[in-house]
Design a protein around this ligand. Structure first.
Ligand code: C5P
Length: 317
């Protein structure tokens, strides 16, 4: 097979708790991650060039070595040099639908798709956990993006425990096109403001993580109780991002005022905000009301839903 097309879904955080600072400068986290139907398409094509090239239809996205999809291909080439020299280069085309720098793991899911796609292209037969291990070198969210669905993520975010899948929960997702939040800035600012509350040693990390496993939101996911899930949404990074970005706070407050909205939260380090509703029709109603109320062409709104998978093959050529 010389070409594969893959669907690379975005993720939201139903829960993000910052537990402490780690020796490696990352933060110890307890998160619940959820794949959504909003997705990019990644086409991989075996080229006769011995080079890795990225093409993207989004003008803001660099296609050079800094692109995470590019880095994923370089990682595969350096881990499997024989396959790389046998099969030659790879052309990667990213059809961007997921908002950029939004807290939706757009870059991470592209990288995950490249790992999965090159594994297929070169016939490597890697397992999901081998792919996840490779993915952890590229970014904390990459391992989750490979298998997707619903999962507890601890450590840096790369240690995954699957949860029962939460299919067909409807959401409205909003993002100001011109706003981008730097993830390192969000974590750094959090550390400056709340670092004194951090738990200091690793033993405590484990205990705290266990408490999260037992948390009400995890139980609500087990019984698919959308109302309880909506009331228990949590994201520590809101404490630093909302005060710094008043437009995001306003959006969050406007969502919360809609009678159809069961719960609303910023995703990841933001600035995208999602609202959980009961049905597709409620999602369309809320999307319409927010569009009218904010009346700003810079605001993008999506009706989307939770899904039970990560990277998937679209069509075979
Ligand atoms: O892992 P990733 O490259 O996606 O992380 C981006 C940045 O977010 C890191 O450089 C770090 O500043 C911050 N981060 C963190 N703790 C985590 C995950 C990310 O401090 N667990």
């Amino acid at each position: 097979m010389r070409q594969y097309s893959l669907i690379a879904p975005a993720k939201i955080n139903l829960y993000l708790e910052i537990i402490g600072a780690r020796a490696d400068d990352y933060h110890e986290l307890a998160m619940i991650l959820q794949s959504i139907s909003l997705a990019d398409q990644i086409d991989l094509h075996a080229a006769n060039t011995q080079t890795i090239r990225v093409f993207c239809d989004h003008p803001q996205i660099p296609t050079d070595e800094s692109n995470l999809a590019h880095r994923a291909a370089v990682l595969m080439a350096s881990n499997f040099p024989t396959a790389f020299s046998n099969f030659g280069g790879v052309d990667i085309t990213v059809k961007k639908r997921i908002p950029v720098a939004a807290g939706l793991a757009g870059g991470s899911t592209n990288a995950a798709a490249v790992l999965v796609g090159i594994d297929l292209l070169w016939g490597l037969g890697l397992t999901q956990s081998q792919l996840e291990e490779l993915g952890a070198n590229l970014g904390s969210d990459v391992p989750f993006c490979i298998g997707g669905g619903t999962a507890i993520a601890t450590g840096r975010g790369e240690q995954l425990s699957p949860l029962p899948s939460l299919n067909n929960m409807y959401l409205v997702l909003a993002k100001y096109k011109s706003l981008a939040v730097s993830t390192p800035w969000a974590y750094q600012t959090y550390r400056e403001q709340f670092g004194a509350e951090y738990i200091k040693n690793h033993q405590d990390f484990t205990q705290r993580t266990k408490a999260v496993h037992a948390a009400e939101i995890v139980q609500a996911i087990a019984v698919q109780d959308v109302e309880v899930i909506s009331h228990k949404l949590h994201n520590d990074l809101e404490k630093v991002v909302l005060p710094a970005y008043p437009q995001v706070l306003q959006l969050r407050e406007l969502f919360a005022k809609q009678p159809e909205v069961l719960g609303t939260m910023m995703s990841g380090s933001g600035p995208s905000v999602f609202a959980i509703v009961e049905s597709k029709q409620d999602a369309e109603t809320v999307k319409e009301k927010i569009t009218v109320a904010i009346n700003n062409s810079d605001l993008e709104l999506f009706v989307t839903q939770t899904i039970g998978h990560g990277i998937q093959l679209e069509t075979r050529h």
